[in-house]
Ligand binder design. Structure first.
Ligand code: FE2
Length: 171
């Protein structure tokens, strides 16, 4: 069940076990190692498909079934999937605070996380108050794209913390 959660008066949405292990393996096995590169939003050991997809495709272009499944859960009308990519973080890495300008809804599907994984931390746009989300494998999280997020004070301590990220745009 998709659950609405209100943080700093802003609604975000979460669904646990949104993807099963078979769906997650299919996505992870489709990653071409040549597509993995580095991105400024991280510190430490990380890889992302954000910069490098060889055919200029986004990861969900290769997984239309998963894209449809996500779009079925999107909480605003007239949205379409825009960009999607995978981030893999190793031990000692962090994600700097950032937002996704130009998009409407941003989200993640957690492909691999455990109790040692860094958190996803949201920041209140007016007070700088923060709200920490613990990631579990299979979790779908969605929020308005203007909302700042990163790993806050948490440092990733799991071997492979893998997350599929996406943005929607208005149709
Ligand atoms: Fe992000």
């Amino acid at each position: 069940m998709m659950r609405k959660k209100t943080i700093f008066t802003i609604d975000i949405y979460e669904k646990y076990n949104f993807l099963n292990d078979t769906e997650i393996d299919k996505i992870i096995n489709s990653i071409n190692p040549n597509d993995l590169g580095h991105y400024d939003y991280f510190t430490g050991n990380h890889k992302t498909t954000y910069v490098n997809m060889s055919d200029n495709a986004y990861i969900l272009d290769h997984h239309k079934d998963i894209e449809d499944k996500i779009m079925n859960e999107v909480y605003l009308p007239n949205q379409r999937m825009q960009d999607s990519w995978i981030n893999i973080q190793g031990e000692g890495s962090t994600l700097k605070y950032h937002k996704h300008p130009g998009s409407i809804i941003s989200g993640i599907v957690v492909l691999k996380a455990d109790e040692h994984s860094s958190k996803l931390v949201f920041k209140n746009p007016s007070t700088e108050e923060t709200k920490e989300m613990t990631l579990t494998t299979g979790l779908l999280l969605m929020w308005p794209s203007y909302l700042m997020h990163g790993s806050g004070d948490s440092v990733n301590k799991s071997k492979d913390r893998a997350v599929l990220s996406f943005n929607t745009w208005e149709k």
